[in-house]
Design a protein around this ligand. Structure first.
Ligand SMILES: *[C@@H]1O[C@H](CO)[C@@H](O)[C@H](O)[C@H]1NC(C)=O
Length: 196
């Protein structure tokens, strides 16, 4: 989930190959990250912690997202947040997980790092655009490349592995309110997953 850019080179490729005029303003983007994205007001980090399932995300990177994906967040004594991501490779069925930490930069704005990953991969911003804490959260990350291009990632996270339609429509409203595209959202396979 927070594995933004397992392979940033691939993202740039995706970005170039998908540079069709109608989507230029979205993902991938030309220019800097959009300046007017709003995060959840009065964000309550303690209520946001715990487990979230990945309902859908973008961009779609060939199988990199895997299936049965979830994340767990917990507070650490030094004020940072522990991040645990789990998924199952859709092709090999192998379980994979990764742990990292997130630093709170501002309310609803975190910076996530996974140890052992190069800085440009591991220092990903992680903004909570909207959440009701109990059913859905919309998380956003945008990265500039030399001020010329940007790539955006959006995750729709849900407390339940199989959320209701009304939960999803609330989450999508957050995306609409920020004038971000929903075209690139791909649903994460959460079928036949192990209990977790
Ligand atoms: C906070 O503690 C965690 C877990 O011990 C550690 O991995 C992380 O580097 C620490 N972060 C800071 C900023 O001290």
């Amino acid at each position: 989930m927070l594995r933004v850019g397992i392979c940033d080179a691939l993202r740039v490729l995706l970005l170039i190959s998908a540079a069709v005029p109608s989507i230029i303003a979205q993902i991938p983007g030309i220019g800097r990250c959009p300046p007017n994205v709003q995060v959840q007001s009065n964000f309550q980090l303690p209520d946001f912690l715990g487990q979230w399932y990945e309902y859908e995300r973008y961009p779609f990177i060939f199988e990199a997202g895997g299936k049965c994906t979830y994340a767990r967040y917990a507070s650490l004594p030094n004020g940072t947040v522990s991040v645990y991501n789990f998924n199952i490779n859709s092709i090999t069925n192998r379980k994979s997980d990764i742990s990292g930490t997130a630093k709170v930069m501002a309310p609803a704005k975190l910076l996530v790092r996974f140890p052992g990953m190069p800085d440009f991969v591991s220092g990903s911003n992680y903004w909570v655009l909207g959440t009701d804490y109990t059913s859905y959260a919309v998380v956003y990350s945008c990265t500039d490349f030399y001020s010329l291009l940007n790539t955006k990632v959006i995750w729709v996270l849900t407390r339940e592995r199989k959320p209701s339609e009304s939960v999803i429509s609330q989450a999508r409203q957050v995306i609409d309110d920020n004038k971000l595209s929903k075209l690139f959202l791909f649903k994460t396979n959460q079928d036949n997953c192990p209990e977790s």
